[in-house]
Write a protein that binds this ligand. Structure first.
Ligand code: ADP
Ligand code: MG
Length: 678
């Protein structure tokens, strides 16, 4: 197959320069890519129906011309071609617009299948521009492709058919035979032909399953390889577990779940045969930072460095402050390195990182640039893991040899996705919130009650608390939803003109964002109007109420993350969702927020209601783009992951000659993520 990816699509019969350009728009450059352009769905051309007055919807009929075509030119130059077709039981009027060729293509005395929508008119049944093919060919399922302007489904079908002719008689199947037999997969050649032009539904399903399986298998093996790339090195051995010493310095007692997570990590660090590769998953507010800090403590005390990477500058600065506080009064030196720091500051920070005088280094992506060189990095912590790609994770690890990895995520990943996303990680779950946490009371209102909500917010502020108002991001040319700027201005001048109101949104310079955030954290600002930039991690325990405008525009998991910004202190906390969208779906979604505060339940619900495409907002998770597989299909996920184990059992580094094709597929799949696969 590999070679077909090297043949330009122009080599397919019928594809000229112009069509090739259209195909490029669909990311089809080679014959291999054309063949790999799978149908979105299929039209059922297997079961023609007799023409009766009961025909309805989209149908397939078998008919011949009763009256020949009449073609007329109407105002504006449009050509209309009309004819009458029929079978033994009835007749249908055919109409085509601007199709010069149709009258010569449909011949008298020949029978055709017609596929299209039936319309009822007072002169009888009518079909407008149905697709057709002569009887004797074309029965079965017909592929329907995603198109681009200027390219018809019919053309694409023809090109794919021609491309399939270029397939050599014998092709190397990347899935070795023993796996195909064990998992009952059809061979590649049949799968390729049948996914485009299946004879029947069963063939189509088998072909699709085989392709899905292959893609998930490739993904799974790729992820495992990334992991094993790393675990072949010996881990840095941390001599002592000094967590107890650290716990004693904390202003609070850790929860049992936190202690368990610290212990898991320390076992990996002190006794593990491989470098640690651990995910800490805990709902918002469960206290992941303290867990990571405890692990950093032992690492630093044993003479090594720990790097703590956060996805945003605000978050990095906040972690820096928290860790500095935790380590106050110890001999551990905590420093910050972010992109927006002054050149001279960065230089200074890098000097301390390189000579080892800094033991704990908190920062953003600036940590993984080539300029940053560590003295003896032993632990890499990444916070809010879903914001980082696998590639970035790997890059941080490459800053030392045998470096331990600790990733933290608050985003509850639906079970199925976790299997793939974090399939290569050991997991510790913090399923307990610190004592005394208040439940966040969540309510859903429409804008007619907004004033009451404002009064409520006022009351909270009068009692000494602080509040957030969150607006969705507005994209240009979108619905008339106030942008955060406009809305904040309105509130500052109107409703809350007597209070210090701040605003924070994505387009601000990070230095300004941080300034505002700091003012809010210190209580100088009472109300913060924000876009989702506050979604991740920000910790202001005095904030007790959050109002979210146009709540229907957010994903549930995102709402859950946002809501987690309140209820972090000792005060009763509230989340007010404002939505005027009365559709049943939207109301149902939002009411999930009011009835549960369990992040996993919410994530599963979100996935069910919205589908996986949107789940992470964008491709921030760093997984390669899948073409056909779907991360929500539990059974194909588990089967393919079992097959991945079988294959690794057979040839741990995939070096066996039978696995050459798979190695190539893995490379191709991960190319888009920027991950180098050997
Ligand atoms: P997250 O898991 O969302 O990252 P944080 O680590 O930011 O949560 O912790 C949330 C807040 O809870 C912080 O103010 C932190 O100091 C506090 N905290 C963490 N653990 C405990 C605990 N065991 N008892 C009381 N407060 C805690
Ligand atoms: Mg956090």
């Amino acid at each position: 197959m590999a070679s077909l990816f090297e043949i330009p699509v122009e080599k397919v019969k019928g594809v000229g320069d112009k069509t090739a350009q259209l195909l490029h728009k669909l990311d089809i450059y080679s014959v291999g890519q054309l063949i790999g352009y799978y149908p979105r769905s299929y039209e059922d051309w297997s079961n023609p129906q007799p023409i009766t007055p009961f025909l309805e919807g989209t149908v397939l009929i078998k008919a011949r011309l009763l009256n020949p075509f009449e073609t007329a030119k109407v105002k504006g130059g449009m050509i209309i071609s009309k004819a009458m077709i029929g079978d033994d039981s009835g007749s249908v009027n055919l109409v085509y617009f601007n199709n010069k060729y149709v009258s010569s293509m449909i011949k008298e005395d020949e029978e055709y299948y017609f596929h299209g929508k039936i319309e009822r008119t007072f002169t009888g049944l009518k079909m407008i521009s149905p697709t057709f093919s002569p009887v004797g060919s074309g029965l079965g399922l017909h592929p329907v492709y995603n198109l681009t302007a200027g390219l018809s489904n019919k053309q694409l079908q023809r090109f794919v058919k021609e491309a399939l002719k270029l397939l050599p008689e014998k092709i190397n199947d990347p899935i070795p035979e023993f796996i195909r037999l064990k998992y009952n997969l059809c061979d590649l050649r049949k799968a390729i032909a049948d996914i485009h032009f299946p004879k029947c539904k069963e063939d189509m399903e088998r072909a699709r399953y085989r392709h899905i399986f292959e893609e998930l298998l490739t993904l799974n093996l790729g992820l495992r390889l990334i992991k094993s790339n790393k675990s072949t090195v010996a881990p840095i051995h941390i001599g002592k577990d000094l967590s107890e010493e650290f716990f004693a310095k904390l202003p609070f007692t850790l929860t049992n779940a936190q202690i368990k997570a610290v212990n898991d990590c320390m076992t990996d660090l002190t006794k593990g045969k491989y470098p640690m590769n651990r995910l800490i998953q805990g709902d918002v507010g469960s206290g992941k930072t303290a867990v990571a800090a405890a692990v950093c403590y032992s690492v630093a005390k044993c003479g090594y460095q720990a790097a703590f990477m956060a996805p945003t500058e605000i978050l990095a600065e906040q972690h820096y402050n928290t860790l500095s506080r935790f380590f106050d009064g110890t001999d551990i030196n905590v420093i910050l390195l972010t992109g927006s720091m002054k050149e001279s500051q960065k230089k200074n920070a890098r000097k301390h990182i390189a000579d080892g005088t800094a033991q704990i280094i908190v920062g953003t992506h600036a940590l993984i640039t080539d300029k940053t060189v560590f003295h003896n990095l032993a632990l890499a912590v990444t916070d809010e893991q879903h914001r980082f790609g696998v590639a970035q994770r790997t890059k941080l690890l490459s800053k030392g040899k045998g470096v331990h990895l600790l990733v933290m995520s608050a985003t509850p990943i639906p079970r199925t996705m976790g299997l793939v996303l974090y399939g290569d990680l050991d997991v510790s779950i913090i399923d307990e919130l610190p004592k005394g946490r208040q439940k966040i009371r969540t309510m859903l209102i429409d804008s007619s009650k907004r004033n009451r909500a404002f009064n409520f917010i006022r009351g909270e502020i009068a009692a000494g608390r602080q509040a957030y108002i969150v607006c969705p991001l507005v994209e240009e040319g979108e619905l008339p939803v106030a942008s955060a700027e406009e809305y904040a201005a309105e509130l500052m001048l109107g409703e809350f003109s007597d209070l210090p109101v701040g605003i924070i949104h994505g387009k601000m310079k990070s230095i300004d964002k941080e300034k505002t955030m700091r003012q809010f954290a210190q209580g100088e600002l009472k109300l913060l109007v924000a876009t989702t930039v506050i979604e991740v991690g920000v910790d202001v325990p005095n904030a007790s109420v959050m109002m979210i405008e146009n709540a229907e525009r957010f994903g549930l998991s995102q709402l859950h993350q946002l809501r987690g910004r309140v209820g972090r202190g000792e005060y009763s906390s509230y989340c007010i969702l404002v939505s005027d969208n009365k559709s049943e779906e939207s109301q149902k979604r939002l009411s999930v927020m009011c009835t549960t505060d369990n992040g996993f339940v919410i994530a599963d619900e979100d996935l069910k209601l919205r589908g996986p495409g949107d789940f992470f907002g964008s491709r921030q998770h760093g997984l390669p783009q899948l073409v056909i597989a779907d991360l929500t299909d539990f059974s194909s996920l588990t089967e393919s992951s079992q097959a991945a184990m079988d294959i690794l059992g057979f040839s741990p580094d995939l070096s066996d000659a039978q696995l050459k094709g798979l190695r190539g597929s893995i490379k191709r799949l991960f190319k888009t993520t920027g991950t180098q696969m050997n």
